[in-house]
Write a protein that binds this ligand. Structure first.
Ligand SMILES: [Zn+2]
Length: 256
């Protein structure tokens, strides 16, 4: 019998009783009794009208909240997760392994995944004794671990290429960048870049030449612009020219 029906049945009994003794009690008492029953009837309507879903969910917390606020509950979730892992993956498996260790073997993901999303609390299994909230979070914890593991594995074998021409698995990248061939390529690349910057600086350094004067641009300071500037000054001195610097805002400064 539903709660609403049960309460209504008792209310009806009380109404009947009041009706039966109506003539033997003062009218005021009868009216107070009936009013009280009317009020209980109203309370019944409002409290039962609230959706049951609402009540069931209001006590739910997220895993993060539980982790922060309720260590006991968190431990319980992990215990249930551990038990479920053992049910699905065998007695050797545990949720408490190092996260770099794969929880399940490659190729088993799909089967375990299906078992997890179809996991039903049944007499004798770990989910049976626990609450829906704990079971939900326990399964989420396991899902998170399995997908993390799978993602990690896929990352390791993902093919990558290097500008030096090497191709290989992401997992070998760290070893590759300390490889001699790669290092030689990096050094050559650095030299090429430096040469390119020096060529650019040499092209930009001289703003204009007048009789006996060489106007040089004050370049944004880099090792290459310094070289280009020194070269231009030496060249001017060799030909007996004066050097005047033009700053970015157009100010002229004689070089002495
Ligand atoms: Zn490389």
């Amino acid at each position: 019998m539903e709660a609403g029906e049960g309460i209504q049945k008792e209310l009806n009994t009380l109404v009947d009783v009041l009706e039966e003794i109506k003539h033997t009690i003062p009218e005021g008492h009868y009216l107070r009794g009936m009013n009280a029953l009317g009020a209980i009837h109203k309370h019944k309507q409002t409290s039962l009208a609230r959706p049951i879903r609402d009540d069931a969910l209001s006590g739910w917390q997220t895993l993060d909240e539980i982790m922060d606020e309720n260590t006991d509950l968190y431990d319980e979730i992990m215990t249930v997760a551990d038990q479920i892992i053992r049910e699905l993956c065998g007695v050797q498996a545990t949720i408490y392994t190092d996260s770099s260790h794969n929880l399940i073997h490659r190729g088993e993901e799909k089967e375990i995944f299906n078992k997890l999303i179809h996991y039903k609390p049944q007499e004798g299994n770990a989910g049976y004794e626990t609450s829906p909230m704990i079971l939900h979070h326990a399964i989420q914890v396991i899902m998170d671990r399995i997908f993390h593991d799978t993602y990690y594995e896929l990352e390791i074998v993902r093919p990558v290429s290097c500008q030096c021409g090497w191709r290989g698995a992401q997992g070998n990248w760290d070893r590759h960048i300390s490889n001699m061939r790669h290092q030689r390529w990096v050094n050559a690349e650095l030299e090429r870049t430096a040469q390119k910057r020096l060529d650019e600086a040499r092209q930009m350094i001289v703003a204009r030449r007048e009789k006996g004067i060489v106007y040089l641009n004050e370049l944004h300071f880099t090792p290459e612009s310094k070289i280009a500037t020194v070269e231009a000054i030496e060249e001017a001195e060799a030909s007996g020219d004066r050097v005047v610097f033009i700053s970015a805002d157009g100010t002229l400064n004689s070089f002495t």
